[in-house]
Design a protein around this ligand. Structure first.
Ligand code: NAD
Length: 495
């Protein structure tokens, strides 16, 4: 029996449902498929296939949408637009105005993935990733919902022990349009020694925290009623020029930035030496303006140096300092705590990000809904995704207060497997299910897709990223076909 994906709750708010009068021309569907009567609803969906495996996975998701639409009496009008590297090649910019306009005018947007080696050395404003940030900003989607659910069929694909991974079902609600990725001032400068510096600013306005907190409380309320707010609010409680715990680094305030200076002479053992080397590297990266990259790097270093909790904490604390996260985190905690009184049915807890990163691999089942800022959410949701076994399985939804939502798999364009029919399309298919549920309020159609994905997995079909011995290895297209068959067979079974 297929397990539930546990994504099944109603849209967060009554979003614009955009139901339109029935089209005079019913869409044509394959004759082998079941089809319902004349569509009673019509939606315009903007498809942004993007780059790499994007077009391959979008094609599968489009077929699934068309089929469930035919079964549910929903007409989908698809508008395919260029985005990312594809748009750069075609128009010279990563997000053409026409693409943004089409997205804004539609009922929901489904994105494949963007990026690739070809554009890696472009100037920042001409990178595919810039187009994605512009799209999120243009659609004013500030709440990023990323479920991480360990499916029983894929529990062995998890990097964690079976008993730790089994039954994990959590949702990360990440703030998407504020924080250090957008904060000002940012840039390059020089310090008093004439050295080059780079700096970014973590900044949140009260209303930005308020609105994401409300989305998170609503989300938790419709799940298991537990919300964990993740921040780094302890940092501010210390003077910026005092020494880090663990005897490791010294922080000095320089203008609006906090610097960490590693002091190798204070090292007492090899683990500390390694920690300080890493901190030095982090500082170097920050001075090069790569602060967010260094935080990502930091998480992957937790395990090699993780024998000493002190070192891990020190490392994360220092990295958090580099982001100047303290004040923004204090405000974050204050506002989230205040809002909690409006949601007495939701149990609120707070956790520092360093602890959350560890708890996610130690005991992920303790989490139901996590709410956090942009950069912490970026990192923690990637970490949570690995618990589920493959990045190729994970969907996401980005929602605003009104207007179309943006739905996309969390993976990138996977240039290493692009064009080889090796991509796992299920993250995009499940993103289409989220689109139906959160974007259009079409709960039943969404459930059809989710059930079909589980059914295809139950029948043993696997793409390379989730394959294990004894199962049926298929490519992207064939996996898509199997999902379609499952959608059809579920209908037959229900009749
Ligand atoms: P990636 O997610 O593209 O790939 C990481 C690894 O996972 C690769 O080995 C890839 O083959 C594999 N993988 C990813 N999706 C898969 C799928 N559906 N099925 C099977 N395997 C899959 O991350 P990356 O390699 O760091 O980035 C590649 C490009 O994608 C970069 O240009 C990056 O900027 C971009 N990117 C885009 C997005 C987005 O569009 N939202 C997100 C992340 C990265």
């Amino acid at each position: 029996m297929a397990a539930s994906l546990q994504l099944n709750f109603k849209p967060l708010k009554p979003r614009l449902l955009h139901a339109k009068p029935a089209s005079k021309t019913a869409p044509k569907f394959s004759s082998i498929r079941c089809s319902a009567a004349t569509p009673s609803k019509s939606y315009t969906l903007t498809l942004l296939p993007g780059d790499g495996i994007g077009p391959e996975v979008i094609s599968v998701a489009k077929n699934a949408l068309q089929l469930v639409g035919s079964l549910e009496g929903i007409e989908f009008k698809f508008k395919e637009m260029p985005m990312g590297g594809a748009a750069l090649d075609l128009t010279g910019v990563p997000l053409p105005e026409e693409t943004l306009s089409a997205a804004k005018e539609s009922d929901a947007v489904l994105l494949g993935a963007i990026g690739g080696y070809k554009w890696d050395n472009n100037e920042k404003h001409l990178k595919p990733e810039t187009g994605l940030l512009q799209l999120r900003a243009g659609l004013q989607v500030f709440a990023n919902l990323r479920p991480a659910t360990v499916l029983p069929q894929l529990v062995d694909a998890s990097t964690l022990k079976k008993e730790v991974a089994e039954g994990v079902d959590l949702m990360v609600v990440r703030e998407l349009t504020g924080g250090i990725y957008f904060g000002k001032p940012r840039g390059f400068g020089k310090n008093e020694n004439g050295e080059e510096t780079g700096f970014n600013t973590e900044v949140y306005a009260a209303n930005e925290i308020d609105r994401i907190a409300r989305v998170a409380f609503e989300t938790a309320r419709k799940r298991r009623g537990k919300l964990c707010s993740v921040d780094k609010a302890n940092v501010l409680e210390r003077r910026v020029d005092e020494e880090c715990d663990g005897g490791g680094g010294r922080r000095r305030r320089r203008g609006k930035r906090t610097m960490v200076v590693a002091e190798k002479k204070r090292t007492e053992n090899n683990a500390n030496m390694l920690t300080f080397s890493v901190i030095e590297w982090l500082v170097l990266q920050t001075q090069c303006g790569e602060g967010d990259v260094c935080i990502h790097f930091m998480l992957f270093l937790i395990f090699p140096i993780g024998q000493s909790t002190t070192n891990v904490n020190l490392l994360i604390e220092c990295a958090a300092l580099l982001c100047d996260n303290g004040q923004a985190s204090m405000l974050w905690r204050k506002i989230v705590t205040n809002i909690a009184s409006e949601f007495p049915d939701v149990e609120l807890s707070h956790m520092y990000v360093d602890n959350a990163a560890m708890q996610l691999v130690r005991n992920p089942k303790q989490f139901d809904t996590i709410v956090t800022n942009n950069i912490f959410g970026d990192i923690l949701s990637d970490e949570a995704s690995m618990i589920t076994g493959s990045i190729g399985m994970l969907p996401s939804a980005s929602l605003g207060a009104s207007g179309p939502g943006l739905f996309e798999p969390i993976h990138g364009s996977a240039p290493d497997i692009a064009g080889q029919d090796k991509a796992n399309p299920l993250a995009t298919v499940l993103s289409a299910a989220m689109l139906l549920k959160y974007g259009l309020g079409e709960e039943k159609a969404a459930q059809r897709i989710e059930a079909a994905v589980l059914d295809a997995l139950d029948r043993g079909y696997r793409t390379g990223d989730i394959y294990s011995t004894g199962l049926k290895l298929v490519g992207c297209k064939e996996m898509g076909e199997e999902v379609l068959k499952s959608i059809d067979s579920k209908v037959a079974a229900a009749v």
